[in-house]
Design a protein around this ligand. Structure first.
Ligand code: FAD
Ligand code: PYC
Length: 416
């Protein structure tokens, strides 16, 4: 990282961005790469970084149709946690969590990972039973988690309405104290800068519009800037993955849905953790700037419009005010949507495909931001070796044929 003295900082602050050093190059694509990654979101950039840095594969390009990190990576609400139910997903998300803990140092870039704790509220006896089961499963997998009763929740989250006369009274909660948030665009920029420094070509404003095959093997990608050859191709395109599979000649069990989020005007710090409720159906945290960061579940219809419908916003805010009546007069500043790729078991696909040397990493649905480092790391290992990393293996496409599904709808915590 370029370091500035106090004077240097002052000079650059007044320079209207003149002479600022570029974070990454703007290279012309080479004719052929060892690995081409399609999609320059967090997962694609992390994959490229680990390929070059950890697995010695440096002849790598990331091909992005827009700008780096402008997809779901820029649109999510930044919740990071690893408290999933089943062994396979606990291994995957905990692998990511361990990488989060040292990511700023690893990238020499502050990704602002903040372990402020993630609460999942329980409002029914069944919620409490599910929570107890999940916390026990987490312990067995070495993942931290605690079950709290209503009194403890009221003590730890002062402004939450824990009264007995609400529609769904709070009965307790799980808390993962190592969970929290990270700064989403810093994650993309940190990985991009570090990948570029390793020699990875980051090719923006270039859309992949087809896959060139020789027999049953991919040999490169057709793009809006011409053909780019590749020995292996990794597709990491989130909500566009169903479309990409169709271009490659097969189908994936994915549905693309809008998922919305909102931020309020900045207010004084009142929420120092992340609080999620599936029953009332909303979640909230507060950014360092003071904005309340709010969301709920997907819009029920399929679509590619990064916007969402009004009814979802209204229900989300009703839920938030029900949980936190003190917020009823706070004004919302902005709303947006991203397109998430959901699978039948709410788990990702990290897999080889029917096309040789073509790998897909998708299906993260509403919950892939937290997995960015872990997903990138296991996908890079798989692309480097041509064999799926042991943590990735259970997340094959075959599971939808064999029935070996890993149902994480409960732990996904956001309805879809
Ligand atoms: P993206 O960042 O979407 O990257 C994919 C990239 O592929 C895009 O930049 C796109 O332009 C590019 N691309 C697509 N097609 C092509 C093509 N043909 N050629 C070239 N490039 C292409 N997850 C959490 O863990 N915690 C949360 O709190 C959370 N909140 C969310 C809130 C919202 C509102 C949304 C929408 C999502 C949320 N998620 C959350 C989910 C999370 O954002 C995603 O799972 C994750 O960011 C996916 O990362 P990615 O790199 O795979 O996708
Ligand atoms: O996966 O924890 C999550 C999440 C929260 C909001 C959206 N996704």
């Amino acid at each position: 990282m370029q370091r500035y003295s106090g004077f240097g900082l002052f000079k650059h602050a007044l320079s209207h961005h003149e002479n600022w050093q570029r974070m990454w190059r703007n290279p012309v694509p080479k004719p052929v790469y060892d690995v081409v990654i399609v999609g320059g979101g967090g997962h694609g950039l992390a994959t490229a970084y680990y390929l070059a840095r950890e697995f010695g594969v440096k002849n790598v390009a990331v091909v992005e149709k827009g700008w780096l990190g402008g997809g779901n990576t820029a649109r999510n609400t930044t919740i990071v946690r690893s408290n999933y139910l089943w062994d396979e997903s606990a291994a995957l998300y905990e692998h990511g969590m361990k990488l989060w803990e040292s990511l700023s140092q690893d990238l020499n870039y502050n990704v602002m990972y903040s372990a402020r704790g993630v609460y999942n509220l329980c409002h029914t006896l069944q919620d409490m039973r599910d929570a107890e089961r999940r916390v026990s499963a987490n312990w067995l997998n070495g993942v931290d988690g605690e079950l709290l009763d209503a009194g403890q929740v009221a003590e730890e989250i002062p402004y939450l309405d824990c009264g007995k006369h609400t529609r769904y009274p709070v009965m307790g909660a799980t808390i993962q104290r190592r969970g929290g948030v990270a700064r989403h665009d810093a994650v993309a920029w940190g990985y991009a800068r570090a990948a570029d420094a390793q020699g990875v070509d980051l090719i923006q404003n270039t859309e992949v519009i087809g896959f060139r095959k020789q027999g049953d093997t991919v040999i490169g990608v057709e793009t809006t800037r011409g053909f780019i050859g590749a020995r292996r191709v990794g597709v990491v395109t989130a909500g566009n993955s169903g479309h990409m599979a169709r271009l490659a000649g097969f189908r994936l069990p994915l549905e693309s849905h809008p998922l919305q989020a909102l931020v309020s005007e900045p207010i004084k710090p009142i929420i120092d953790s992340v609080i999620m409720s599936n029953a009332v159906h909303g979640y909230i945290s507060q950014s360092d700037k003071g904005d309340l960061v709010i969301g709920a579940g997907i819009d029920g219809y399929n679509g590619y419009g990064q916007r969402g419908s009004y009814g979802t916003i209204e229900h989300t805010l009703q839920a938030i005010v029900e949980m936190f009546p003190v917020l009823s007069r706070v004004r919302m500043n902005r709303q947006w949507g991203g397109i998430v790729d959901t699978t039948p078991d709410a788990c990702p696909i990290i897999a080889k495909t029917p096309v040789k040397n073509l790998f897909f990493n998708c299906g993260w649905g509403t919950g892939g931001f937290k997995a960015t480092p872990g997903s990138g790391h296991v996908f890079a290992a798989s692309l480097a070796k041509g064999e799926m990393h042991p943590i990735a293996k259970p997340f094959s496409i075959e599971r939808f044929h064999t029935g070996a599904l890993i149902d994480e709808h409960g732990a996904a915590a956001v309805a879809h």
